[in-house]
Design a protein around this ligand. Structure first.
Ligand code: GTP
Length: 598
């Protein structure tokens, strides 16, 4: 296909504004798949993605479209992940296309992710077509929302498409707008050396690693020998093709086209998003700009509640890692928790997704230890150590000083919630760098320690702003600060899984809060249980969980045997999710809940 007849685009939207429904409509109305194969939602395939309303794996589809002018066009829609943890992946996929449909629910208006996503599109120099969805709803106010788009985002919304992805109204206008208002690929020379962007990759049990590519220059053919310019890895190409949305082989992929390749690539780890693919011989000289390898920034321990499930956990983790290059793991042993894994993630949501998948798809109950960032420890003997796990904190007498990672956080929030956001950032040791306005929204920039953000910052931000804040961050570097390791002792036994690194000035407050929380989370036993927070052997906070007086079943007056049995069964089931520490049983959810700050 010549460049003039190709349109590559993404759909950007806030959760639930109708991105998937619109994508399905575009596919259906162009007969890309038969009615019979049309499932309710084609693009988001994984259950967890759907439940959490996020898209993890970028999917793509090639649509043939005959426009009103009678010309045949090839439209490539790429699907992008929608969360800050995957911000780099989103920014890369945006670079692989030239335009975006900005979908806004006409009954809701512009929301947090609308902004975050549309700014990524603007940064990638996209042409943007506003699409107001759900006009079938009585509460739809397309005029007001169009005005809001102009005010807040600053793009012209006077000729926005008014559609209902549900009923199909307006879909032909969207297709025409894609062809008429989005630009064709900007450049592309068939005769130049091959230059292709690695947009995404995933593991397929039949084909091995599948790589999604956008060809910039040159031509990719089956049988070609290719080279990844950043990693230096070389492969023979077995297959090339496009998604319709099922895989369809093609003879070649030329400039401007988006498609997939497979080769003898063993693991997704060898295919780095943003890498440049060229031919092994007569390759292009310079790789595409902007590549950065995505490295895990948050670490935590994952342990099976039932130690007999360790091998199952290993199996689950290995399988998940096959398909997720940014997830790392190594074996870990803990005095209290036994055998498990120390895992690295791109961020907290990434952690939660992996944890949920292990629990749900592999049916393994997990204990998750406190998430930690990587600290740089400068020892008195002049050496430098990277600390991934607070449990490994060396003896303080040998430590000279410690540095922690910092981020630059950008938060967009409606004016009425600004006060709460500033307080939250201040509470998390943030330093305000900027405060400006975009329409009725404030944009604040904070320099924050990453360790204050990894735990529940995002949850808190969403809750204090009722979901209206958008948040994005970048790592900026390391800075020295006064951090200490705080241990938690339950019945005088240290529970390593609850150890955290905290700022010295905030240790008492955090310690008190954790002890209070644990007092509520740990069920009462037949004896008194002291719960303490300590720094280097010195207790800084303490709570006491009083002893249980009677057996729970005593309440049942002996008479009702079935009720008694039920109660005992319930206790037993509850126990499955408990873990024994010395004489004390601690429920699984205590490990995460204790760390949340209200
Ligand atoms: P995520 O994949 O979770 O990010 O959401 P999404 O933006 O893809 O939204 P999705 O297409 O899943 O739609 C969200 C909900 O809105 C679904 O229940 C749809 O049926 C509904 N919906 C989508 N378009 C329309 C529309 O035009 N009118 C009405 N009434 N409902 C719609």
């Amino acid at each position: 296909t010549d460049l003039a007849h190709i349109r590559n685009f993404a759909i950007v939207a806030h959760i639930d504004h109708g991105k998937s429904t619109l994508a399905d409509r575009l596919i259906q109305s162009t007969n890309t798949v038969s009615e019979r194969d049309m499932k309710a939602q084609l693009l988001d395939s994984m259950d967890i993605e759907r439940e959490r309303g996020i898209t993890i794996k970028a999917n793509t589809v090639r649509i043939d479209y005959v426009a009103k002018d009678g010309e045949h066009y090839v439209l490539n829609l790429i699907d992008t992940p929608g969360h800050v943890d995957f911000a780099y992946e989103v920014s890369r996929s945006m670079r692989a296309v030239e335009g975006s449909l900005l979908v806004v629910d006409a009954s809701q208006g512009v929301e947090a992710q609308t902004l975050a996503n549309v700014y990524t599109a603007i940064e990638a120099d996209h042409e943007i077509v506003p699409v107001l969805n759900k006009v079938d709803l009585p509460a739809a106010e397309p005029e007001r929302v169009a005005e809001q788009i102009e005010d807040v985002i600053g793009i012209d919304a006077s000729d926005a498409c008014l559609i209902s992805a549900k009923t199909g109204v307006g879909i032909p206008d969207v297709l025409e707008a894609i062809v008429k208002r989005l630009p064709p690929p900007h450049s592309g020379d068939r005769n130049a050396p091959l230059k292709a962007m690695l947009v995404d990759s995933w593991y397929d049990s039949y084909l091995g690693v599948v790589v999604l590519v956008r060809i910039m220059d040159g031509v990719l053919k089956k049988g070609d020998n290719i080279k990844m310019m950043q990693t230096g890895a070389k492969y023979g190409v077995d297959r090339i093709g496009v998604f319709r949305p099922a895989m369809q082989p093609v003879d070649e992929l030329g400039p401007g086209e988006i498609g997939f390749l497979t080769g003898s690539i063993k693991q997704v780890r060898d295919t780095k998003v943003g890498d440049t693919i060229t031919h092994e011989k007569k390759g292009c000289e310079k790789p595409l700009p902007g590549f950065k390898p995505s490295v895990p920034v948050v670490f935590c321990g994952l342990f099976p509640v039932d130690s007999a499930e360790f091998e199952d956990l290993r199996d689950a983790i290995e399988k998940l890692a096959l398909n997720d290059a940014s997830f790392s793991f190594e074996m870990e042993t803990s005095a209290a928790l036994g055998f498990g894994f120390r895992c690295g993630f791109l961020g907290l949501l990434h952690l939660e997704v992996i944890r949920d998948r292990i629990e749900r798809e592999y049916d393994i109950d997990l204990i998750t230890t406190a998430p930690s960032v990587i600290y740089h420890i400068f020892m008195k003997d002049g050496t430098k150590v990277e600390l991934h796990n607070p449990a490994d904190m060396p003896d303080l007498s040998k430590v000279d000083h410690l540095e922690e990672p910092r981020i630059k956080a950008t938060i967009l929030v409606p004016d009425e919630y600004l006060g709460d956001v500033l307080k939250l950032c201040q509470d998390r040791r943030g330093i305000q760098e900027d405060l400006t306005y975009a329409g009725s929204r404030a944009m604040v920039v904070y320099d924050l320690p990453l360790n204050e953000v990894v735990f529940d910052f995002y949850d808190r931000l969403k809750s204090v702003t009722k979901g209206y804040a958008s948040f994005d961050y970048q790592m900026t570097g390391y800075r020295e600060d006064h951090l200490v390791k705080m241990q938690i002792l339950v019945n005088d036994e240290p529970v390593d899984a609850l150890s955290t690194m905290v700022h010295r000035d905030r240790a008492e407050m955090r310690g008190r809060a954790m002890c209070e929380k644990l007092k509520d989370l740990i069920p009462r036993h037949m004896f008194k249980i002291p719960i303490q927070a300590a720094i280097g052997g010195k207790v800084i906070a303490r709570e006491t969980l009083s002893a249980l007086r009677k057996d729970v079943t005593a309440k049942c007056y002996g008479g009702d045997a079935t009720r008694k049995k039920k109660l005992l069964e319930k206790q037993k089931a509850g126990k499955k999710k408990m873990r024994q520490f010395g004489k004390v049983e601690i429920p699984q959810e205590a490990f995460i809940s204790a760390l949340k700050m209200d």
